[in-house]
Ligand binder design. Structure first.
Ligand SMILES: Nc1ncnc2c1ncn2[C@@H]1O[C@H](COP(=O)(O)OP(=O)(O)OP(=O)(O)O)[C@@H](O)[C@H]1O
Length: 254
């Protein structure tokens, strides 16, 4: 017969592995990964000495370090902990749960995608360069901070105006989150991928860079050719029609 105590232990271990992996994954993107590895090694040593081998003298010393260490780590990693919790709150699993309780009319609201596609069609026709990042599950807070705060409803004319050549905000990227234009003139991380054809400049490379680091969808309009491209999860889909783009955005956002 299966002992419920054993099941509890298995669930316990799975949860510890899951949270350790999640923490590792979130911290990997920051410069703190070496500190995380050091802390993990220390915690494993503490568990071994204090809990498994029950070495009382050494264990009590390590216990003291652990108590002070938790406070120290909270202070040192304030920013990382905040971003980790934000990412946890925006996790796909939680989003799916939220969607289940949303009315279907809200779930299927794609009018904002139509507004984006409409603006892009006009910009492409006039060969006006544009860069638009649409946040998905991973928050783009650190990139939003690099630009100018907008926080406006998505509107075809507003997007076109931002990328108008003489506009003070036309340089850089617009970031869209929660169906709102959050920020403009944002700086995106440039991809170091050596396989990108040399004909692609910084606009395309920065779109690809963001798509390598996050799950955002980034739309690019080439100022040179007027062609529309989409970067997603490290792939660049080039020369796509507005209809294809709309379809990809709908498919991707569900
Ligand atoms: N790191 C960056 N983040 C956001 N936008 C950027 C970044 N680097 C460059 N840009 C934008 O890209 C523009 C330069 O584009 P560039 O000509 O180098 O790119 P491209 O990929 O060849 O695109 P195009 O086909 O439009 O010329 C800049 O004026 C700026 O608006």
């Amino acid at each position: 017969m299966i002992n419920p105590k054993n099941i509890k232990d298995v669930v316990d271990i799975i949860l510890v592995v899951f949270f350790t992996y999640k923490t590792y994954h979130s911290i990997k993107k920051t410069g703190a990964i070496t500190i995380f590895t050091g802390v993990l090694a220390f915690v494993i040593l503490w568990i071994l000495v204090s809990q498994i081998l029950q070495m009382h003298f050494m264990g009590s010393i390590l216990d003291k370090f652990i108590n002070v260490g938790v406070i120290l780590l909270t202070i040192v990693f304030q920013k990382e902990i905040r971003e980790f919790l934000q990412n946890l709150g925006s996790n796909r699993g939680i989003k799916i749960l939220v969607k289940l309780f949303k009315p279907s009319s809200v779930q299927n609201d794609i009018s904002y995608i139509k507004s984006i596609a409409g603006a892009l069609a006009n910009l492409a026709k006039r060969k006006e360069g544009a860069l638009i990042a649409i946040q998905q599950d991973i928050l783009l807070s650190s990139f939003i901070k690099t630009g100018e705060n907008i926080d406006a409803n998505i509107n075809t004319l507003l997007i076109e105006n931002i990328f108008f050549k003489n506009s003070p905000l036309h340089d850089g990227a617009i970031i869209i989150a929660g169906e709102r234009i959050i920020s403009a003139a944002c700086i995106l991380p440039v991809s170091q991928n050596q396989d990108i054809p040399s004909s692609y400049g910084l606009r395309h490379r920065s779109a690809l860079g963001l798509s390598e680091q996050t799950d955002a969808k980034i739309i690019i309009i080439s100022e040179e050719t007027g062609k529309i491209s989409l970067a997603h999860k490290g792939h660049l889909y080039t020369d796509i029609s507005t209809e294809e783009l709309q379809e990809m955005l709908i498919r991707v956002s569900n």
